[in-house]
Design a protein around this ligand. Structure first.
Ligand SMILES: Nc1nc2c(c(=O)[nH]1)N[C@H]1C(S)=C(S)[C@@H](COP(=O)(O)O)O[C@H]1N2
Ligand SMILES: [Mo]
Length: 326
């Protein structure tokens, strides 16, 4: 079922949206640099960390699963309406407070059942020539969703280089633990550090991305700089931000939300309109930063099974009862 939208746009408009957004933003940055003089640094994100974001190619996985109803969300909503509890539980807190997070230099510890463990710098882990741009749907368990053009490296490419041993079955991820930089960690909203995990085959699915940028530029801190996971067929909370540790294990790793409320958040957390969260329906969503209806409201739209990536990822769950393994 599709909701009829009044401000229906055609595919052509959809295709030019990201470029227009990038262009406007670049123009703005340039203007700011000229006006401010000292703001010349504002142009830096394009070439930061040795990455030429402008030169990153679109992936064949980019818009594959999207329709003409999937307008790219505005840059502002994607970077000002965030969940990053390390900086507070308000949607605006990450944009307000994440600026104090120091992301350069950044290292990621690789350990567990893997051939090449160790401390990797951002540059060791992210090979610029492996970066791609991918436009993905992103669905939060709270009922909102966005469409975001990420820049990242397929996690599978990183995993292949690290070389999990034959007994590795899962991959665990951890966010930085540092209450000095992350004031939200002074409150025990979650059991810090933030933890997530995937089954190894989920982690190695070609759609799973280690993102380092969005909208053609470096990730803002509030979106999980300098490196975060993006798993488009799972609820947003699986997409862990500001990752400092990746561990290969043979047992299912504990995850933050599963630990804090096991009856609400399962290990898999696949987007599934038929499996309701105990406190709310998961059948609908509101797409933010896109179309509004004739009354200026963001209309509800049906949530798609596996967030619309069913064709690509359903085989991962063959024979599993997804109402039980939610
Ligand atoms: N470390 C960490 N990662 C996190 C979160 C968090 O609080 N801490 N929130 C999650 C949730 S609930 C969502 S919806 C997404 C939001 O990502 P975005 O702000 O880039 O849209 O980040 C996820 N990753
Ligand atoms: Mo979320």
């Amino acid at each position: 079922m599709l909701i009829k939208l009044r401000n229906h746009f055609d595919l052509k408009a959809f295709e030019i949206t990201p470029k227009t957004v990038f262009h406007q933003r670049r123009t703005f940055l340039k203007a700011a640099a000229v006006a401010g003089g000292a703001l010349i640094g504002a142009m830096a994100p394009v070439h930061a960390r040795g990455i030429n974001f402008a030169g990153v190619a679109k992936s064949k996985w980019s818009e594959a699963a999207l329709s003409e109803h999937d307008q790219i969300s505005t840059y502002d909503i994607a970077t000002e309406y965030n969940n990053f509890y390390e900086f507070g539980t308000d949607k605006g807190d990450p944009a307000r407070y994440a600026g104090r997070l120091k992301t350069k230099p950044w290292t990621v510890n690789i350990d567990g059942l893997v051939e090449n463990p160790g401390t990797y710098s951002f540059q060791d882990l992210v090979r610029p020539h492996q970066l791609e741009e991918r436009v993905y749907r992103f669905r939060c368990v709270e009922g909102w969703s966005m469409v975001i053009p990420w820049v990242g490296i397929p996690l599978t490419d990183v995993i292949k280089r690290l070389g999990p041993t034959g007994s590795a079955k899962y991959v665990a991820f951890e966010t930085l633990l540092d209450p000095k930089q992350m004031p939200g960690q002074r409150r025990r909203v979650l059991d810090w550090p933030y933890r997530e995990g995937l089954r190894l085959d989920e982690a190695m699915h070609p759609l799973t991305l280690l993102a380092v940028g969005l909208y053609g530029e470096e990730l803002p801190n509030q979106n999980g700089a300098p490196i975060r996971l993006v798993v488009p067929w799972k609820y947003g909370f699986k997409s862990i931000k500001s990752v400092v540790r990746i561990t290969f294990t043979d047992t299912q790793p504990p995850t933050s939300w599963n630990m804090s409320a096991p009856n609400e958040y399962g290990f898999y957390s696949n987007v599934n309109p038929l499996v309701d969260h105990p406190r709310w329906s998961q059948a609908w969503e509101r797409r933010l930063g896109g179309e509004t209806n004739i009354f200026g409201f963001v209309p509800k739209r049906p949530t798609l099974f596996l967030n619309g990536y069913e064709e690509d990822v359903a085989a991962l769950y063959a024979g599993m009862n997804l109402a039980k393994n939610y």
